[in-house]
Design a protein around this ligand. Structure first.
Ligand SMILES: [Zn+2]
Length: 259
């Protein structure tokens, strides 16, 4: 996910940035919105499916339960992680970045193993917090995997998530899908923090839910627990990237996609 450093600034986005600096929308508010009752329900395809992440953990936060369900059913789910999330702790020291990149690749491998039998993820190694300047390379990486796997569906971060890397990943996936005639579903990550249930910046008319069976949700929770670098305090007494409030948004018995 990477911290608020990547949040876009701008006239229309000031409110979102302020919301991220302040407290996010409580999960109780989202629960009260009864999204599974109000939004259409989607069935997962048989596969193959390609899931794109900007940082190691986006794919699990946004679609991990569905990945588990697909893997359990024998579907092929390929994952592409565009950056190693090496900037999540705010360091600028290259050695610290290399160490965190290695650690986060290991966490992702462990997390994906919790979800089920999955192919080894593709790591593109593009720079964290600077993905928008490497969007063409991201498109090429996603096209490669879509072409090699013959996937019917690509699932990627939402290009309206108000995080520069997530938006760049979403735009790259959209371009790659257009080039390969692949269906795209997008998943929000930060949106659950900055948006409210009636927020007009969210395209609710294109939004749907994928219900999760208890076993898939349980696998997702175990996978999320593997992202220790994002769950622990970044400095003694500091805040984690993924607070319990953020985790609550991503451990519901359903996942949400924008089509
Ligand atoms: Zn991310």
């Amino acid at each position: 996910m990477t911290g608020p450093e990547g949040i876009l600034a701008g006239r229309d986005r000031a409110a979102a940035a302020a919301a991220i600096d302040a407290h996010g929308t409580p999960e109780s508010e989202w629960l009260a919105a009864e999204l599974p009752q109000r939004l259409p329900r989607l069935e997962l395809p048989a596969g193959p499916v390609v899931v794109v992440a900007a940082h190691p953990d986006d794919e699990v936060l946004g679609f991990g339960g569905s990945i588990a369900a697909l893997a359990t059913a024998g579907g092929a789910v390929h994952t592409v992680c565009l950056t190693d999330g090496e900037a999540s702790h705010g360091d600028t020291d290259p050695a610290a970045h290399r160490a965190l990149a290695t650690r986060r690749r290991g966490e992702l491998a462990a997390a994906l193993a919790e979800l089920g039998p999955l192919p080894t993820p593709v790591h593109s190694g593009l720079p964290d917090t600077a993905l928008e300047r490497h969007e063409d390379e991201a498109v090429a990486a996603i096209v490669d995997v879509l072409s090699a796997t013959g996937a019917d569906l690509c699932v990627a971060p939402w290009d309206g998530d108000l995080h520069s890397d997530h938006e760049a990943a979403g735009r790259a996936a959209r371009r790659a899908c257009r080039a390969t005639n692949t269906t795209l579903w997008s998943f929000p990550v930060w949106m659950w923090h900055w948006a409210r249930p009636q927020d007009t910046r969210v395209p609710w008319q294109r939004t749907a839910v994928v219900p999760l069976q208890p076993e898939a949700l349980d696998r997702k929770k175990k996978a999320l627990a593997r992202f220790v670098s994002q769950l622990e305090e970044r400095d003694p007494g500091g805040t984690p990237v993924l607070s319990p409030e953020e985790i609550a948004h991503h451990t519901r018995p359903f996942e949400t996609v924008i089509r």
